[in-house]
Design a protein around this ligand. Structure first.
Ligand code: HEM
Ligand code: HEM
Length: 191
């Protein structure tokens, strides 16, 4: 599979970043909800540290992903009505914003609360704001609510992909998957 996108499918780089980040975001969201319910103690603190490190990794991958997206032209959309194209692009735009806003709100919350921040016990990262207990509650709520907003938008995103796959029977989903043959491959594309 080529690293770059072709005329008919997403390349290895875009696919890897899409699925790795989807796993990272959803896994980290579930971890966040679980750790919130944990009793105080070392296990909770260690889980917090892992949650924050995964979240920072997602943020770093987002920078790489957006840079790659600007550098490597996306495959043209599969044929679809204009409203669907607009809805899909708007959804993608909101997902990009949420991929930025969720880890950033976590980082802001962490700063306002005065917690330390390390990436996998490797190096420290600075606070983004001065400690402020009153504001930290709002930031914590925002962090959580944004994750639930992501789940709602994701329902539309995944729903759209599955409708295209099962009902329109086009390549929208297949071209984001590795090692699968397209339904009507474009010229010069390997499966
Ligand atoms: C992929 C990115 C992330 C996702 C999806 C995510 C999601 C979540 C969720 C769902 C919770 C549970 C909220 C609750 O029940 O109150 C949570 C808690 C938390 N997150 Fe994140 N998070 C991400 C990144 C980050 C980052 C980068 C940081 C800090 C640098 C961070 C710091 C925290 C903290 C400190 C809590 C605990 C809140 C509490 O005190 O209960 N998160 N996160
Ligand atoms: C947290 C989870 C996810 C996020 C944040 C996310 C985000 C995105 C974004 C921003 C794009 C647009 C790519 C671009 O134009 O640059 C995209 C494309 C795509 N996503 Fe997701 N996605 C997630 C999970 C999923 C899941 C679970 C599916 C499974 C059905 C999926 C299926 C697709 C497909 C098929 C495309 C390509 C659409 C096209 O070619 O027009 N995504 N995703």
């Amino acid at each position: 599979m080529p690293l770059k996108n072709t005329e008919s499918r997403w390349g290895g780089m875009a696919q890897s970043l899409h699925w790795l980040m989807a796993l990272g975001i959803l896994g980290n969201g579930v971890l966040g909800l679980i750790m919130d319910e944990m009793p105080r103690g070392m296990t909770k603190l260690n889980t917090f540290a892992i949650h924050k490190s995964i979240g920072l990794t997602v943020l770093a991958l987002l920078i790489l992903r957006v840079s790659w997206r600007l550098f490597d032209r996306a495959p043209p959309d599969e044929p679809m009505p204009r409203w669907q194209r607009l809805a899909a692009h708007a959804t993608h735009g909101v997902l990009y914003l949420l991929m930025l806003a969720i880890p950033l709100s976590g980082w802001i919350y962490n700063s306002l609360h005065g917690y330390p921040l390390q990436w996998f016990k490797w190096f420290n990262l600075p606070a983004l704001m001065e400690k402020n207990e009153a504001l930290s509650d709002i930031a914590g709520e925002t962090h959580e609510v944004l994750f639930f907003v992501l789940l709602a938008v994701l329902a539309a995103h995944v729903g759209g992909a599955l409708v295209h796959h099962w009902f329109e029977r086009d390549n929208t989903l297949l071209r984001m998957l590795p090692f699968v043959r397209l339904r009507k491959p474009g010229q010069g594309d390997s499966p």
